[in-house]
Design a protein. Structure first.
Length: 431
């Protein structure tokens, strides 16, 4: 595609230089009609003629043949894919970038800025809705302000108040004002201390996930026959987070014993990783096979692999992310993710190709399975868990005949036609 637009770039550079077509043709020793065919991409150009034209235009020949950098073209393509309510002429994308490199750079920069702001809005929206400490602090501030307003209204609107009652209202007003000041200071201090991206106070599961991520979700001590007790958890400050992490490590150790790494490596060398086939080969349940695949060292599976575990309420219990994969930590996730659909069909293995909408249309192969936990006694209803293995689709892989479109959350999902939308998107055209 690039070399077929060399003529367009020659025409653009000639116009920038202020040369007439006949003048440039005369300088390089060709007819104006032939140069006109070249500039309209009807004649290929190369060799000495290309060098002569580049010298006449005072540019490098590569600028005429290669045009704008591939990164800018890729950025413009992403901007076109993310546009809401607009249909960009993608076929003319490189010609636009070649003719107007400055405007192309501006558009790419604006798209990057929008992407950054969307990510910030998504993070803040999720935190404001679900951070327990922040929610409690906001409730305290708002309820105290309402009490002050009510007391002040009584004092302002009532003409005659008994001295005893007036003094009582004044005391209440003073106490509420002090409480509001303390609550506000506490809230500000919490927000100031929480600016770091790795702040996960009050969420033990995220501390546990961070610990697993720091170890690349792989523990050689356990792989060698050890147990979760052999892992040093001193880096985890919260006692609750250490308890959660111990539980995850015990599950990891059980999966390792059921599917040893050496045996699993031999199985993967014989065929593509198929969770159902591996479960049958090692005589384990499907959740064990899915979890085990997500903990293999880098390079065993050939492409990034993540994992999500949730309970019947849809709350995420554990998550191992992969590039491009975004699922809200606390609820409000898209119900079309296979992990949630599996809860409606327990004990039925589900495999789907998923396209996640948003900043880029990331594509994944997803394997999901829901199963009941052990019950403690008669007449006890089982609690269900669901697990989903997420594998990034390799670039250039053939598209699946059927794909499921999902969004990160309704507030930042561009799919306005979704029948399951819970609230309007802030990315809608009218926002």
């Amino acid at each position: 595609m690039r070399d077929t637009l060399t003529g367009s770039r020659i025409r653009e550079r000639r116009q920038i230089s202020g040369l007439r077509q006949a003048e440039l043709a005369r300088q390089v020793g060709i007819s104006a009609s032939y140069l006109n065919l070249i500039e309209h991409n009807r004649r290929r150009i190369g060799g000495k003629l290309l060098v002569d034209i580049a010298n006449a235009l005072s540019v490098e020949p590569s600028l005429l043949t290669q045009g704008i950098e591939a990164t800018l073209i890729s950025a413009l393509r992403e901007a076109a894919a993310d546009a809401v309510g607009q249909q960009a002429e993608v076929d003319a994308l490189e010609e636009f970038a070649g003719r107007f490199p400055g405007w192309a750079g501006v558009l790419a920069q604006m798209h990057r800025r929008v992407v950054s702001l969307e990510r910030t809005v998504e993070t803040l929206s999720d935190r404001l809705t679900h951070d327990p400490h922040l929610a409690a602090s906001m409730h305290e501030v708002l309820s105290t302000a309402a009490a002050i307003r009510s007391t002040a209204g009584i004092l302002a609107d009532t003409q005659e108040i008994e001295p005893e009652w007036r003094d009582r209202f004044h005391r209440n007003l003073h106490q509420d004002a002090e409480r509001l000041a303390d609550s506000s200071k506490s809230l500000v201090a919490y927000l100031d201390d929480s600016e770091a991206d790795d702040d996960r106070r009050g969420v033990p599961s995220e501390d546990a996930e961070a610990f697993f991520q720091a170890n690349s979700h792989h523990f050689p001590q356990i792989e060698a026959g050890g147990s979760g007790a052999d892992i040093d958890l001193s880096a985890i400050e919260s006692a609750a987070a250490r308890t959660v992490t111990k539980g995850y490590l015990d599950t990891y150790a059980a999966d390792v014993r059921a599917m040893p790494l050496d045996d699993l490596q031999k199985a993967l060398a014989e065929a593509e990783p198929d969770p159902l086939a591996l479960a049958a080969r090692f005589s384990v349940d499907i959740p064990t096979a899915l979890r085990r695949l997500a903990t293999l060292p880098e390079g065993y599976l050939g492409r990034p692999t993540g994992l999500v575990v949730c309970d019947a309420s849809g709350s995420i219990l554990f998550s191992k992310s992969v590039p491009g994969f975004a699922m809200p930590r606390f609820g409000e996730a898209c119900p079309f993710w296979p992990i949630f659909q599996a809860l409606n069909r327990p004990l039925v293995p589900i495999r789907k190709r998923v396209v996640q909408l948003g900043r880029t249309a990331a594509e994944f192969d997803c394997y999901a399975y829901a199963w009941p936990q052990a019950v403690s006694g008669y007449n006890d209803a089982p609690a269900y868990h669901s697990v989903m293995l997420v594998r990034a689709v390799e670039e250039g892989a053939p598209s699946a005949q059927s794909v499921t479109r999902v969004g990160p959350s309704c507030r930042v999902c561009p799919n306005d036609a979704c029948a399951s939308r819970r609230e309007p998107s802030i990315l809608s055209e009218g926002f």
